[in-house]
Design a protein around this ligand. Sequence first.
Ligand code: IYR
Length: 223
Amino acid sequence: MSDPRFRPVPYRPARVPPDESARRLREDYELACARRTVRHFAPDPVPREAIEDAIRIAGTAPSGAHRQPWFFVAISEPETKARLREAAEREEREFYERRATPEWLEALAPLGTDFVKSHLTDAPWVIVVFRRDFEELPDGTRLKGYYLSESVGIAVGFLIAALHRAGLATLTHTPAPMTFLRQLCGRPANEKPFLILPVGYPSEDCVVPDLARKRLDEIAVLR
Ligand code: IYR
């Protein structure tokens, strides 16, 4: 006897013919290759609806026990972005000038990063992603999340891909520590800051590091 709480419903997505499937994958690969993480954003506005739809897409990610352990705070208010930048730069200066190991600084050298985080005020939107460790139901019971970082990481992947497909650039930014974000975003103690994602169009003078991606045979084996 199966558990009565398991109530399956039919799932019959239309089968994509192999040729069409191959075509879509080629096209998506080309699109994915064209994505670059960007640190220089144009001030041009991005409609609120675009951010809403991208977050809706992120919210379709698979998650441990389907607990959907994520929360997104999308900020466009200039004053809030300025406060966020100030706090992030305080932490980052500490990182670059004291906390980072020489090995870490060496790894970052080809990326041209430093503690100045102008993208946090230049980008029209800054999405702060939270990892919700547990949820409290109205009756006080706690619903624990599972595979929290994996789940939120997948959701952020969906988010970045959706924004890129819409022609929008992002920067995956994780100032450490990020604890200041909880208070700044007015989030409860059961949520942990996971990532900051500035979103916008690349500026006209935008440059990116000259990086190469690993080939298929360097990242996979098929047997
Ligand atoms: N959080 C710092 C440092 C940094 C760390 C890694 I790993 C990067 O890929 C890039 C930067 C910063 O945002 O500058």
